[in-house]
Design a binder for this molecule. Structure first.
Ligand SMILES: Cc1cc2nc3c(=O)[nH]c(=O)nc-3n(C[C@H](O)[C@H](O)[C@H](O)COP(=O)(O)OP(=O)(O)OC[C@H]3O[C@@H](n4cnc5c(N)ncnc54)[C@H](O)[C@@H]3O)c2cc1C
Length: 229
């Protein structure tokens, strides 16, 4: 278990998953500091270490399509930027439609993705078969496909970000739980953790699936997150 190095920080980030580490890295690059990242687990103990590594840009909202498009750009340059090979393979992502109704549901996503300059295509059954030749006859009526989607290995991505953030002076404290946020009136004043309370004025909640139970709601004092786990 890590001990915290300082009594005060400019900002603390709760969660050392892909979101927390990328945020720490970019804040540090922008000159923010000192930065503390706490994670109550080990590196990759959250969803960032348990996923399929699928990287797709076919989403239902403009914001997520844009975020995903920027992610693809970041992952394409990840090796050069961080010195870790994440094996990003842009082999495409195929959504299958078993019925005409399924295909109609895929249409708005396809239109949105196209409007963002990404070349998704709508396929009929024969088109699907070009990518997926083992599919049973009549099993699908079509689908949508985007060639620039792909997959990567999550672990080197997490490790590369961890190393890069630390090289920029970010303190990543693993095995340290954030217990709440101390506030005085409307202002954040500290982060109580399982290793003591640190003084700061900014906290980033990057606790992933647990982030809903880590949001401070009381205007004064410390709200415990532990009760919500
Ligand atoms: C089975 C599965 C498959 C998936 N497949 C894909 C996929 O193919 N493609 C894709 O894009 N996405 C996929 N996802 C989703 C993707 O993994 C997540 O969206 C992403 O990893 C979330 O990153 P994060 O940094 O927000 O959260 P996480 O990686 O979960 O990190 C949150 C961290 O916060 C820590 N934490 C929580 N509370 C506290 C606290 N109080 N104090 C200290 N630390 C705390 C946790 O220990 C955890 O490490 C999948 C998810 C799962 C579960």
């Amino acid at each position: 278990m890590s001990a915290l190095r300082r009594a005060d920080y400019a900002v603390a980030i709760v969660g050392a998953g892909i979101i927390g580490l990328y945020t720490a890295y970019h804040l540090a690059r922008a000159g923010v500091g000192p930065i503390l990242v706490v994670d109550r687990g080990f590196l990759s103990s959250g969803a960032s270490g348990r996923n399929g590594g699928g990287v797709r840009q076919q989403w239902e909202t403009r914001a997520t399509v844009r975020l995903a498009r920027e992610s693809v750009d970041a992952y394409r340059h990840f090796g050069r930027e961080f010195g870790y090979n994440i094996w990003f393979r842009q082999t495409g992502y195929l959504f299958l439609a078993e019925t005409d109704a399924d295909l109609r549901r895929l249409r708005p996503v396809h239109d949105l993705v196209r409007s963002e300059g990404l070349r998704s295509v709508v396929l009929d059954e024969a088109g699907v078969r070009r990518y997926l030749d083992g599919i049973a006859p009549g099993a699908v009526v079509g689908g949508t496909y985007l060639a620039t989607d792909g997959t990567l290995y999550p672990f080197p991505a997490i490790w590369g970000l961890y190393e890069a953030a630390r090289a920029l002076g970010v303190e990543v404290a693993l095995g340290v739980e954030a217990l709440g946020v101390s506030r005085d009136g409307g202002k954040v004043t500290g982060l109580p953790t399982s290793r003591g309370t640190v003084a700061l004025t900014k906290v980033v909640n990057a606790a992933g699936g647990w982030s809903g139970s880590t949001s401070p709601t009381t205007p004064r004092g410390t709200r415990s997150w532990r009760a919500n786990r």
